[in-house]
Write a protein that binds this ligand. Structure first.
Ligand code: FES
Length: 625
């Protein structure tokens, strides 16, 4: 038996915290949480093991041979294998819980499972929880009086399912009208529908990313794993404030606000659903499942749960996960019995969107030490690898959303998103090549980084004086102005040069806002790295996530000290990882379980507890030399 890691789980199951599994012939060596099944561990790491029941322990197809390490013989193993095979190490992968290091030989596949690339380059084996079976049932006779539901169950003897009252109410009629030629729809272990004829070719699900600002819906074909349609829209809760704190405050001040906010979340999700099914030419009843990733506040509000405790110390969630939900609980009009899965949250400020993002990035399965930063009003940070992950939340404030920036705006046409200061002047990249009317978050970071680089902004964040700028090119000097008694740098003269009323500029106050935001984030990752006793230079990859982080220039992020000083190729844009995590959970039941397991695996570090937080924050305000 191999040497599994000594630390044991807190649940007292006796399983080591991590075990090493070596898969042959793929020669993949992975560390996974002790107690997971070999079937799930293989699936998470892109190794396909034969199965038609998806790990339920009913198909007996997931045959593997253990070549090193000991595994007891399960009841099902003794039915699936001969005594010789058992002695030779053959076992059913879905029945082996990894309690120690193991070498696992995976035989060639009999059926080739489909896979899809999702998340940050992750290969996911398609094993959705929604399964369809075409059944041609025997009609009942006086000598075969099995119940209708038993007849359906018996025809799917490789699945263990239960049927709820909603299906039973109509089952008799559907079976008889269809002349016993039907399709059973199973989600996880529940029979959610029985449909006339063969409908196996059509099964869909929707993955939602419920953001405070933007909500995205992805309609996926569960048969192929491909996205059929994707739509996004602003969260209809916007009138209640731009960030989670203002939404929580609204519910504290007005007893009706929670109901209204919940309704608005439901309207947003329902409208997006209508749009994606129309665009994909899919009937709403063909959508059998929804998965939602959102921060803790958005999730609680969408479920009608009072978010007030999230907004006041000690910041406690009502629950970190929610079982037994239906799509209807989120106001989504799809198949009436479609289940809904909501990503669990790690903490009040490290929500289900981050759990989904970490799942999508595979942070917990990589040997490399990686730093994950979801940049936003509330910035979530996680750092680690397959051995250990620590995370925290840093209140960055609204600078990145450009809400508190004088000439700030959303990333929309006319927003300056790239700023380059040349030897003689300023060059701008503007969304849609439109006339600049403001700057979005990435433009703000770029502008500050460039001003630091060329020395128009000093390390303390102060725009230099006219005297100090005397030796600078005329075009740059003219851009250093005073607006409303404060120093500013003009990025674009919309009217006449010199007319600051119509100019797009960066003010001294804007620079301070950005300094506070980046100091909060940098303090967050610096303290997490200290927790792991790791030097920032050892970070092998930085993933900038979220709608804002993904558009940041790596060079500018380094220049202002938002991320550790590393070679630029180590800093990558991870895109909308929350949405990708939700897609993964739709496409693979194993991935969904892995997402749930993250809650126990990731250690949350509360920064506001630390006595040195303020000193460290102040140190991080300056721009790196
Ligand atoms: Fe079906 Fe193991 S996956 S029995």
């Amino acid at each position: 038996m191999g040497a599994a890691e000594e630390t044991h789980d807190e649940a007292g199951t006796g399983a080591p915290a991590r075990v090493r599994l070596r898969f042959a012939p793929s020669d993949l060596d992975v560390k996974v949480p002790g107690g997971v099944t070999v079937f799930d561990a293989a699936s998470w790491n892109g190794i396909a093991i034969d199965s038609t029941c998806g790990g339920h322990g009913t198909c007996k197809k997931c045959r593997v041979r253990i070549t090193a390490g000991e595994v007891p013989v399960s009841k099902l193993d003794s039915r699936a294998f001969t005594p010789d095979e058992l002695r030779d190490g053959w076992r059913l992968a879905c029945r082996i819980t990894a309690q120690a290091d193991l070498d696992v030989d995976v035989p060639p596949l009999v059926t080739r499972p489909k896979a899809a690339t999702v998340g940050v380059g992750r290969q996911v084996i398609l094993r959705p929880s929604v399964v369809k079976r075409h059944l041609q049932l025997e009609e009942p006779t006086l000598s075969d009086q099995r119940t209708d539901v038993q007849r359906v169950m018996d025809a799917m003897d490789d699945l263990e399912v239960r049927a709820g009252i909603d299906v039973l109410r109509t089952l008799g009629k559907v079976l008889r009208d269809a002349k016993w030629d039907v399709t059973a729809v199973v989600a996880d272990d529940e029979l959610i529908a029985v449909e006339a004829g063969d409908t196996t070719a059509r099964r869909f699900a929707i993955a939602f990313d419920l953001g405070t600002t933007t909500v995205v819906a992805n309609l996926l074909d569960l048969d192929t794993g491909t996205p059929v349609a994707v739509r996004s829209m602003l969260n209809k809760q916007q009138p209640f404030g731009a960030d989670v704190i203002s939404r929580i405050s609204a519910t504290m001040m007005d007893p009706d606000a929670l109901g209204k906010l919940r309704e608005l979340a439901h309207e947003t999700l329902a409208e997006l659903t209508d749009e994606v099914v129309a665009a994909g030419d899919v009937a709403p009843e063909e959508v059998y499942e929804v998965v939602l990733a959102g921060n803790a506040t958005m999730t609680q509000i969408a479920l009608g749960i009072d978010p007030e405790p999230l907004g006041v110390a000690p910041f406690v969630m009502t629950s970190d996960g929610y079982d037994g939900l239906r799509a209807t609980d989120l106001g989504v009009r799809v198949h009436p019995n479609a289940p809904a899965t909501v990503f669990p949250s790690l903490g009040a400020y490290v929500g289900g969107d981050i759990t989904a993002g970490i799942l999508a990035s595979g942070l917990d399965r990589d040997r490399r030490l990686r730093l994950f930063i979801d940049v936003g009003t509330n910035c979530e940070i996680a750092v680690g690898n397959q051995d250990r992950i620590v995370s925290t939340a840093a209140p960055a404030g609204p600078a990145f959303e450009a809400a508190s920036i004088q000439c700030g705006m959303r990333a929309a046409p006319g927003a300056i998103e790239i700023v380059t200061i040349t030897d003689t002047d300023v060059e701008l990249g503007v969304i849609d090549d439109a006339e600049p009317v403001g700057m979005c978050g990435s433009g703000l970071v770029d502008a500050v980084a460039e001003l630091v680089r060329v020395g128009l902004l000093d390390a303390s964040g102060k725009l230099i004086t006219d005297e100090e700028a005397a030796d600078r090119p005329e075009a740059l000097r003219r851009r250093l102005v005073t607006v409303d008694d404060q120093r500013a740098f003009v990025l674009h003269w919309a009217g006449e040069p010199g007319d600051t009323d119509q100019a797009v500029y960066l003010s001294q106050r804007d620079v301070r806002e950005l300094q506070f935001a980046k100091a909060a984030i940098a303090t967050g990752w610096a303290l997490l790295l200290e927790e792991l006793e790791i030097d920032p230079s050892e970070v092998q990859q930085v993933l900038l996530a979220g709608s804002f982080g993904s558009y940041l220039s790596a060079a500018s992020a380094i220049r202002i000290g938002l991320v550790p000083k590393l070679p630029i190729p180590r800093i990558i844009s991870a895109g909308n990882v929350a949405g990708e995590g939700a897609k993964m959970a739709v496409l693979s039941r194993q991935e969904r379980h892995a997402g749930r397991a993250l809650i126990d695996e990731i250690e949350y570090v509360e920064l506001s507890d630390r006595t040195d937080f303020n000193d460290r924050f102040v140190e991080q305000l300056a721009f790196p030399p």
